[in-house]
Write a protein that binds this ligand. Structure first.
Ligand SMILES: NC(=O)c1ccc[n+]([C@@H]2O[C@H](COP(=O)([O-])OP(=O)(O)OC[C@H]3O[C@@H](n4cnc5c(N)ncnc54)[C@H](O)[C@@H]3O)[C@@H](O)[C@H]2O)c1
Length: 364
């Protein structure tokens, strides 16, 4: 391996900027190339990132063949996550893949197979995990303080946060709010619980806001995905997960996240509604409260909110780089996120069929 990790970025749109910014803050990496299928876009991006020496390509395959990269960030829209990740793995690169993992289970399985064959790591970009409050939630849930956890309610959503661009077409995003921010809403409790296996899903999905000329005047005619989804998910270990997510709704937030155990309960307040109004919700959490009994009395214990300036996005990129450099496993591994993906796919299927479906986790 060269002295500095040689990094390539596949897909030089919006979020690639966050990857470039973070890599540039690290001494042990160098962004040497970028690729985007839109002609001229990668060059323009690299120049704007003050990376004039990095090489621009108009397809990822050529970049991977010519550049001898150590690692890549896959920052393409959802529908091309799998093809770009597989190509990068086959070229011997480690991959930092943007969320959601994929759109379909077939695509997710392609990634798992290529990852296994390559011996390289794929980590999925769930930066909310690096929020110290999120780490505290996991610590509390894992401590056993709540006893046997049997019910979790989670709802991440925005009041008015309808995106446009590549996020609302089937061909590019493939799925709407459900995967875009729903994947974060799922990751929070699933990660805290230790990623129990999903068994069944019963779900509905809607698009009233996306298709409305009143609420989505610019894009209603080309809106093809969901803007709201709700699901009842059975998890291994007798846990029920009650989930909701939205890009737009006539409500301030989707409410608190609740963990109910037989010894105690944990409430994770929604972040301030204004962050939902502005469309900024991306897995952020509010203050925590523990509900339990002491000496036969009902007690509420506020857990102080950890004020922090953690640059969560930078931390996710840094953790990926550290894992590659130190030969560590993927920080946010596909072995977990395949469950997240299976739930998203189960929700899509159940909503389409109008009935409960079983969640199949393919063996790879
Ligand atoms: N982690 C986060 O905070 C965060 C935030 C926003 C978006 N995202 C995720 O990042 C991904 C991209 O989002 P975005 O806002 O940057 O979208 P975008 O549409 O701005 O950029 C995607 C780019 O990928 C390019 N592309 C698509 N297929 C390609 C291929 N096969 N080879 C090379 N280039 C290809 C497109 O031309 C486009 O320029 C999405 O999956 C989204 O969910 C993550």
């Amino acid at each position: 391996m060269a002295e500095k990790l040689r990094i390539g970025i596949i897909g030089t749109g919006g979020i690639a900027r966050g990857h470039a910014r973070s890599y540039k803050m690290l001494d042990n990496v160098e962004i040497v190339a970028g690729a985007d299928i839109v002609p001229g876009k990668a060059r323009d991006f690299l120049d704007k990132q003050d990376l004039p020496h990095a090489k621009a390509f108009e397809d990822a395959e050529t970049m991977l063949k010519e550049m001898e990269l150590d690692a890549v960030s896959v920052c393409t829209y959802n529908q091309t996550h799998a093809e770009c990740t597989v190509a990068a793995l086959e070229a011997g690169c480690h991959v930092l893949l943007e969320k959601p993992m994929t759109v379909t289970m077939e695509q997710a399985v392609q990634i798992l197979k290529a990852e296994k064959k390559s011996g390289k790591i794929v980590t999925v970009g769930f930066q909310p995990r690096y929020d110290p409050n999120m780490i505290k939630i996991r610590e509390i849930v894992q401590s056993g303080e709540l006893g046997k956890i049997y019910y979790v309610q989670v709802g991440g959503g925005r009041r008015r946060g309808m995106p446009g661009g590549t996020f609302i077409s089937k061909e590019t995003a493939g799925v709407g709010a459900l995967a875009d921010i729903g994947c974060y809403a799922l990751d929070m409790p699933l990660n805290a619980l230790g990623y129990p296996k999903p068994l069944t899903v019963s779900a509905s999905a809607y698009d009233y806001f996306g298709k409305s000329p009143v609420y989505n005047p610019q894009n209603y005619q080309r809106f093809e995905v969901d803007d709201f989804a709700v699901a009842f998910i059975r998890l291994e270990g007798g846990i029920t997960l009650d989930f909701r997510t939205s890009w737009a709704m006539h409500m301030d937030t989707m409410g608190a996240t609740l963990f109910l155990g037989d010894k105690a309960g944990l409430k994770v307040a929604s972040p301030h509604p204004e962050s939902a109004w502005g469309g900024a919700w991306d897995g952020t959490v509010g203050p925590l409260t523990l509900y339990h009994d002491k000496f036969g009395l009902l007690v509420e214990t506020p857990i102080p909110y950890i004020q922090n300036n953690v640059d969560r996005f930078f931390e996710k990129v840094k953790d990926f780089v550290d894992a590659v450099v130190n030969n560590r496993p993927a920080p946010i591994p596909t072995s977990q996120i395949i469950y997240n993906q299976a739930i998203l796919c189960g929700i899509m299927e159940s909503a389409r069929l109008g009935r409960e479906v079983e969640v199949a986790i393919p063996e790879v």
